[in-house]
Design a protein around this ligand. Structure first.
Ligand code: ADP
Ligand code: MG
Length: 654
């Protein structure tokens, strides 16, 4: 096959441009990315050779090799791993196979400042393309294990790359970087020097479980031969010298098996970057060493940013599973519940079979036990984070609070631990969210329930009429604005014996501060009940198409009216959510509550008792209902009619 030239996919081209022009200060990481890819390729080859005896592969000395050439200014990273077929090279290197790419690149372009761009690039994991930060040409030669033909890929990082078939490629992949011209100002970045390579590997890739080797250059030939400039003489000189021993640059020690105090945070962070393809440091490290009959070690990481596709079907969660230090599976979802799918890391089990399959994992009792324990450990770590590092906890909550709360719906066994890791916006403090425990501690004498209200935003909830009596009496209300909040509050059950109660649902009886007031209050209520009986009955009938009932309210101090739901009813937001998911939901009628102390309500009551011309009355009743709906952020049923009624009245008052 002749050499063919191809265009990079648009997204790939844009990403390349960003990498090339990125001011990402730490260019050293290109080597980490290449080594990381080689390591993955070796893992895959080992797994494939185990699964398929017939596969014609050489898995005898799996390793990574780095070679530098000062004169040619090249660095080569070579592995004898799985390699890529011709088609795979096109798919994997020429395109970015990610549905979120378009959206992501838009964010990238919008991130004006360099720091922002680097952060976003990091989130995406440019991986192989990082080579173009230091090289002006990259050549990749690869042969897929078990195939005869190899492939050579070359690109200068501009809009095109070339592909050709090659006959004599060894199994695996070698990537050769033709480095950009040396910068005399900055000798530190001479990637052809052995000590520089050694240092980078030690720093970023020490834990890689495959040997990373570097063969020192043969000792220079004798001066005479060198001066001769005669190729033959140089060759003869090289032959004469004893072949130099390759040096293994990494210790290959599994970080999760080493005592915690022996490993620095930096080392943990590099491992995190290798397994997560994230360029940023993790927020928190979680270690677990389980001993006894079923022994395993876990090294988990809570990232510092939620991936952009966390809530899509495409999201690839899951941990890496090792058995006795040997990598056996990636994306192992059985080890953590779905609401912790953002956690990355490694679990190394002593007693599983190396041939363990996903089907086995799904039914394995030991895996379930591990899941239980890992879940508790992660939740406990998050809870501790709040006191240990409040800023980190705030980051955690911003990034992962929503997904964690899914657990309140799906994992009743860990309900208390999840609640303990959650925080909630509250009327108690405009900035600092609260825990349920702190809320309960602050509860007033005689308050039996934990009050909350769900809504679009903090502001919308705080301005809603339902809040009035709570504000007047200084009773704390949790402000829940996540769509998922609508769901879990109904399923979660009592916390420390206290029921969670929506202030927009059911009857509210806030009791009274002083016992002595009770009798007086009762009497007043009874009197009001009698006074308003006629109006309430008439309005209930007149508005029966839209409301189930009209009654007097105990939650209003300022507004004339509000709408509430029965304790068991769906909230309007939840109704909308179900409809958006395509489910049939019958329209639930709500309850209209009137404030008996309000001038307008009083006047309406009086008018209802006196007059028999009811047009003005019915219009006022309708308007009251519309105002109540508007006040909680809803829409009046007939906006045109509402506007006309209001305009008429305004005109009359002039
Ligand atoms: P990532 O590693 O995050 O998937 P990269 O850009 O680093 O992204 O690599 C893209 C893909 O190219 C890899 O997922 C892998 O399938 C393939 N690849 C890269 N390097 C190698 C290699 N040395 N051997 C085999 N496949 C490779
Ligand atoms: Mg990679």
């Amino acid at each position: 096959m002749p050499t063919e030239t191809f265009e990079f996919q648009v997204e790939a081209r844009q990403l390349l441009q960003l990498v090339i022009h990125s001011v990402y200060s730490n260019k050293d990481v290109f080597l980490r990315e290449l080594v990381s890819n080689s390591s993955d390729a070796l893992d895959k080859l080992r797994l494939e050779s185990l699964r398929d005896d017939a596969l014609d592969v050489d898995a005898s000395d799996l390793h990574i090799e780095i070679e530098t050439d000062e004169d040619a200014r090249t660095v080569t990273v070579r592995d004898n791993g799985i390699g890529m077929s011709y088609d795979e090279v096109t798919q994997l290197i020429g395109t970015i196979a990610n549905s979120g790419t378009a959206k992501f690149l838009k964010e990238l372009r919008e991130a004006q400042d360099a720091a922002g761009t680097d952060g976003l690039i990091g989130q995406f994991g440019v991986g192989f393309y990082a080579s173009f930060m230091v090289a002006d040409e990259v050549t990749l030669v690869t042969r897929r294990a078990g195939e005869a033909q190899g492939t050579r890929w070359t690109s200068r990082g501009e809009s095109t790359y070339t592909l050709e078939s090659v006959e004599d490629a060894p199994q695996g992949t070698s990537v050769t970087l033709h480095l950009k011209p040396a910068d005399p100002e900055n000798q530190l970045h001479d990637y052809t020097s052995a000590w520089k390579v050694r240092e980078i590997v030690k720093r970023y890739s020490d834990f890689i479980t495959w040997p990373i080797r570097m063969t020192p250059k043969p000792a220079p030939a004798t001066e005479a031969a060198a001066e001769d400039g005669d190729e033959k003489a140089a060759e003869a000189g090289a032959e004469a010298a004893p072949a130099p021993e390759p040096e293994t640059l990494n210790s290959m020690k599994a970080l999760w098996a080493r005592p915690r105090d022996e490993v620095s945070d930096d080392e943990y962070h590099e491992l995190y970057k290798h397994i997560s393809h994230d360029w940023r440091d993790p927020l928190e490290i979680v270690r677990l060493q389980a001993e006894g009959t079923f022994e395993y070690q876990a090294l988990l990481f809570v990232p510092s940013h939620a991936p952009h596709d966390l809530f899509t079907r495409d999201y690839q969660g899951g941990l890496q599973l090792y058995v006795k230090r040997v990598f056996v599976m990636d994306g192992c979802k059985e080890l953590l519940p779905s609401y912790l799918r953002f956690v990355k890391g490694i679990v190394d089990a002593q007693d599983l079979s190396l041939n363990v399959s996903r089907e086995i994992l799904q039914q394995d009792r030991q895996i379930r036990m591990m899941q239980r324990r890992l879940t508790k450990k992660v939740l406990a770590t998050v809870k501790e984070l709040r006191t240990k590092a409040p800023d980190d906890y705030a980051t955690f909550w911003r990034e992962f609070g929503t997904v964690l709360k899914e657990g309140l719906i799906t994992d009743s066994d860990n309900r208390d631990a999840i609640l303990a890791a959650c925080s909630f916006a509250t009327t108690h403090d405009a900035d600092e969210p609260t825990t349920l425990a702190a809320y309960v501690e602050r509860m007033k004498d005689g308050q039996d329930d934990v009050y909350y209200m769900t809504g679009e935003s903090r502001q919308a909830i705080e301005n809603s009429p339902h809040m009035e009596a709570f504000r007047a009496k200084g009773i704390e209300v949790l402000l829940l604005t996540d769509p998922v909040d609508e769901v879990w509050v109904d399923t979660v059950g009592p916390y420390e014996g206290k029921q969670l109660r929506s202030i927009a649902k059911g009857q509210i009886d806030l009791g009274d501060d002083e016992q002595s007031a009770t009798d007086e209050e009762k009497e007043k209520k009874e009197k009001q009940g009698e006074e308003y009986a006629g109006l309430l009955g008439w309005m209930s009938e007149h508005l029966s198409e839209d409301v189930k009932e009209v009654r007097l309210s105990a939650r209003l101090t300022v507004s004339p009216a509000c709408v509430v739901a029965d304790a068991s009813d769906l909230t309007p937001a939840l109704e909308n959510m179900y409809r958006a998911m395509g489910q049939e939901v019958p329209k639930t009628k709500r309850i209209l509550e009137l404030n008996p102390e309000h001038q307008l309500v009083r006047a309406l009551n009086q008018a209802h008792g006196e007059r028999d011309d009811h047009t003005a009355l019915t219009e006022t009743a309708e308007l009251l209902h519309a105002l109540a709906v508007l006040a909680e952020g809803g829409q009046p049923k007939d906006a045109g009619r509402f506007v006309k009624l209001v305009a008429d009245r305004m005109e009359r008052t002039l």
